[in-house]
Design a protein around this ligand. Structure first.
Ligand code: FAD
Length: 476
């Protein structure tokens, strides 16, 4: 059993280019996941100096751990948007998702990309009365938007499906975009982390630990933006974590499924593997991560899958992504509600227009400054409360069974935690540098996780995933 995503078996063998000098550029894209690479691709012929940097390696963030579905049937979403806003907003969101699917098809065809792109029907299904009713309502809203999914009705079961959706291999796609961008002289620097951004005389100075990149325009495509203001994302979003595994099967149906019941389940096929997902939760809850993996294996009756991993994405309180200008010449794209393959693709088209000072029909709907209604805020209070528990988490979590082999101490006013394993002891500072939340130890993956905003650190405190920009290693 490999504790890693199935997509990571596919390797990018190009040499790693790390920034080792100061640089001036027209556009700096921070983050080389599907968002950053799709935008670089869209801008490739614009006669602009473009630079992409990634703290890790191209595609190795959240993008490498998705299930790789390209669908506009995304759970109960259109009826929620219609209720929160209006039917027009639902219509526009639907158009954006369909446009993104067409764009990926077009890119794959024009660039001759081999990324296992396959037409695959998308099914939504429900097995409880309440959720069956919600799904029937979703179908009615879809009908009003001109989409007529087929339906299957059974005893205690209801399903709708469409046949014009796709699946692909996300890393094959992103690595192909990287190759095209490199040929177009776009500079891509890996293992190059931005730790600060400052504006000076109409230009942004973006600091890595050793160098400065000066850019006219900056796009933050780092999944969770590492600056707080003026986005206020911690109160407009929460992180949802899910558990995924892949195992060999004789069946390969061109169908993918998502349940809309309280506990989401999802599955699709890739070559000889079936990829299944369950157990989604706000990262502030279900803190016994080892147990969560066990529940996934129990759910699908597979105790030794070939691959097993987890992933998290930003969920917004109004079901729409944030793809937006933040302030003059600073842009971001995030909050994809677990639909980042399509949303990153539409983000690349929207941001291209905004960067080139053109208007875009989705600009207002996805703006970071859009108004959020009171009902949305009320519904998100529980998530905000759950996340805030982590500020005092150390005290709350300390005696829990999953912390059995961890010793807590306080030295020079620093909260320390020590993990013991076969190698010896590993001490870290148990406080996330991002917003000072207490961390929890994920024994299954041997990583420290922030239950507020999903930063991750290895057993010795090295930062693996933001929004934290710093390590939490403790040097005696
Ligand atoms: C369980 C699960 C299943 C999913 N399945 C699907 C699916 O089937 N279909 C779908 O459409 N979507 C799916 N998604 C959503 C999708 O995976 C994400 O929304 C998408 O991959 C986000 O892409 P990104 O480029 O924004 O982020 P990332 O891929 O994380 O890229 C961000 C990059 O920024 C870099 N970075 C971060 N901080 C810095 C810094 N300070 N300096 C430099 N670089 C930095 C990171 O190293 C990273 O490489 C799923 C999500 C989850 C959680």
């Amino acid at each position: 059993m490999k504790k890693n995503s199935i997509w990571l078996e596919y390797k990018d063998n190009s040499p790693i280019n790390t920034l080792n000098k100061n640089l001036t550029t027209d556009i700096l894209i921070i983050g080389a996941g599907i968002t950053g690479m799709s935008l670089a691709y869209q801008l490739r012929n614009e006669n602009l100096d473009i630079c992409v940097v990634d703290a890790n390696l191209v595609g190795k963030g959240v993008t490498s751990k998705t299930t790789g579905k390209l669908t506009y049937l995304q759970g109960i979403v259109y009826s929620k948007i219609a209720k929160n806003k209006n039917l027009n907003a639902s219509k526009l969101y639907l158009e954006s998702q369909k446009e993104a699917i067409e764009e990926i098809k077009k890119i794959v065809k024009n660039e001759n990309i081999e990324c296992d792109l396959e037409i695959t029907s998308s099914y939504l299904y429900a097995g409880t009365l309440k959720k069956i009713k919600e799904l029937q309502k979703e179908k009615q809203v879809l009908n009003k938007l001109g989409i007529y999914p087929k339906e299957i009705t059974g005893k205690d079961f209801y399903s709708i499906y469409v046949e014009d959706t796709l699946v692909f291999h996300p890393l094959k796609y992103v690595y192909a975009l990287k190759k095209i961008c490199c040929k177009k002289q776009i500079k891509i620097y890996e293992k190059t982390k931005i730790i600060n951004i400052k504006k000076f005389k109409n230009k942004y100075h973006c600091f890595t630990p050793n160098n400065i990149i000066t850019a006219k325009k900056v796009v933050v495509a780092s999944h969770y933006p590492f600056f707080l203001f003026p986005t206020f994302l911690p109160i407009k979003t929460n992180n949802e974590q899910s558990y995924i595994m892949a195992y060999k099967t004789n069946i390969n149906e061109q169908k993918s499924f998502i349940s809309v019941d309280k506990q989401t389940k999802s599955y699709r096929f890739n070559d000889i593997y079936k990829i299944v997902l369950s157990n989604s939760h706000n990262i502030a809850n279900h803190l016994n991560r080892q147990n969560n993996y066990q529940e996934l294996m129990t759910d699908f009756k597979k105790d030794n899958p070939d691959y097993i991993w987890s992933n998290d994405d930003l969920i917004t309180i109004d079901n729409l992504p944030y793809i937006s200008k933040v302030k003059n010449n600073l842009y971001l794209a995030t909050g994809y509600n677990t639909w980042g393959m399509t949303n990153a693709t539409i983000a690349s088209k929207i941001l291209k227009d905004l960067i080139l000072n053109k208007s875009n029909k989705y600009e207002e709907l996805f703006s970071i400054n859009r108004t959020i209604n009171l009902e949305n805020i009320k519904n998100s209070l529980k998530d905000i409360y759950d996340n805030s528990k982590s500020f005092i988490g150390n005290k709350l979590f300390k005696n829990k069974p999953w912390y059995q082999n961890i010793k807590f101490a306080r030295k020079n006013n620093l909260p320390l935690a020590t993990v013991y394993d076969e190698v010896g002891s590993h001490t870290i500072i148990n406080r996330c540098p991002h917003m000072k939340c207490s961390l929890i130890y994920n024994q299954f993956e041997k990583v420290w996780e922030c239950p507020c905003h999903a930063s991750k650190f290895d057993i010795n405190g090295k930062c693996l995933k933001g929004p934290s920009k710093k390590d939490i290693s403790y040097k005696k």
